[in-house]
Design a protein around this ligand. Structure first.
Ligand SMILES: *Cc1c(COP(=O)(O)O)cnc(C)c1O
Length: 366
């Protein structure tokens, strides 16, 4: 039996009656755009993240962009993020009209290099977007210290880190604000697009709420030019159901990662990313490094095992930013992109499937 990288159908099968009922309720109430189901989810997710406010929007990218705009960050302002993230971490900065400044990551954990961050701060820097990549929090203590020293806002990109903790503190409540994505494949995934902002800052929360709704706090009265970035009612209802399972799913993801680590511990060609003490990694992705990665990936595929690469092209080498950076600017991100491989990871993955992935990997890495 082939082993997919992700199996959303298995998850749906496990909770189908609840999901179907939740979606039907939205249709029965014709509460399609924003509305009571979104509001209920916002309250539940704020409680989960231990923040005072949650604002549901229609993507993680929108959450990042609206936050930057709510802080008044735009033309001429620099915002620092990492070269090895999903493209949207930088794209949102560009969408807000600001200048993305990238820094490299560390080789052992693929997270933001805080020395490089320190060196990248200029008088024009306004904010830092640390990325909790693969489900593990960035080094938030040093990042918050650097931000405090230079009066910068810290917007956590928690799009891969629903439920992760840093020294016991929930992702989404560590910085000044945070952006989450509920893209279907994320640890907490909608049945379509979705995202959210979390913060304890009431002014920023109100501003984001206004921006997501055409710059309007009162119907047909528009204070600023905003966007239409509301969350769909169906997504709010689905996310409320799934939020109840998130901790259990994250626990299972951790156990899966542990099993991968144990079964492959004696295979020196397979190296895992460092898992830091004091951080509850939620394993959005289980990423390894192997020599001859492309061959390993294609041989696994021929054995029916699906893997992915997160990400094959670092942000600074994307065509969208041609001319802005050059190859060699962020050598660690470049080296990682050539050797990383993401193993199948989803809560419904069975121990037998994990064993099969490991046996196949063992045979192909040689
Ligand atoms: C998924 C993701 C985003 C963007 O979220 P969308 O909902 O797809 O817009 C941003 N940053 C990171 C790190 C992500 O993984």
């Amino acid at each position: 039996m082939p082993i997919p990288f992700l199996d959303l159908k298995a998850q749906y099968a496990a909770i189908k009656p609840e999901i179907d009922a939740a979606m039907q309720q939205v249709v029965d109430n014709t509460a399609f755009a924003g509305g009571p189901f979104v509001k209920a989810f916002e309250q539940e997710f704020a409680r989960f993240c231990n923040t005072q406010h949650c604002i549901g929007v229609n993507s993680g990218t929108a959450a990042l962009e609206l936050l930057l705009r709510a802080y008044g960050i735009g033309a001429g302002d620099e915002v620092i993020t990492v070269a090895n993230s999903f493209f949207a971490s930088a794209e949102a900065i560009s969408l807000a009209g600001a200048i993305p400044v990238l820094v490299d990551c560390r080789e052992d954990d693929a997270l933001m290099d805080t020395d490089a961050l320190h060196a990248a701060v200029t008088p024009r820097t306004k904010a830092i977007i640390p990325v909790h990549l693969y489900g593990q929090c960035a080094d938030m203590d040093p990042i918050m210290s650097i931000a405090a020293a230079h009066n910068l806002m810290v917007i956590e990109d928690a799009c891969q880190a629903h439920g992760a903790r840093y020294n016991g503190v929930m992702a989404g409540s560590i910085g000044h604000s945070a952006a989450f994505s509920f893209y279907p494949g994320k640890n907490l995934g909608a049945y379509g697009e979705g995202g959210a902002v979390t913060t304890n800052d009431a002014v920023i929360a109100d501003h984001v709420r206004m921006l997501r709704e055409h710059g309007s706090a009162q119907k047909y009265i528009h204070t600023v030019v905003g966007r239409n970035d509301r969350m769909d009612g169906i997504q709010g209802a689905v996310l409320s159901v799934k939020l109840h399972y998130l901790e259990a799913w994250n626990t299972r993801r951790r156990a899966i990662a542990q099993r991968y680590r144990e079964l492959l511990a004696d295979v020196p060609a397979v190296r895992f990313m460092t898992q830091h003490a004091g951080r509850d990694h939620v394993y959005h992705l289980c990423v390894i490094r192997v020599p001859d990665r492309d061959r390993v990936q294609s041989e696994l595929r021929s054995k029916g095992i699906d893997t992915m690469i997160h990400y094959p092209v670092p942000i600074h080498l994307q065509k969208a930013y041609a001319g802005r950076w050059s190859p060699g600017d962020f050598p660690v991100a470049e080296a990682l992109s050539a050797g990383i491989l993401s193993l199948p990871m989803y809560a419904e993955l069975t121990d037998a499937q994990i064993d099969d992935v490991c046996a196949a990997l063992r045979s192909v890495v040689g």
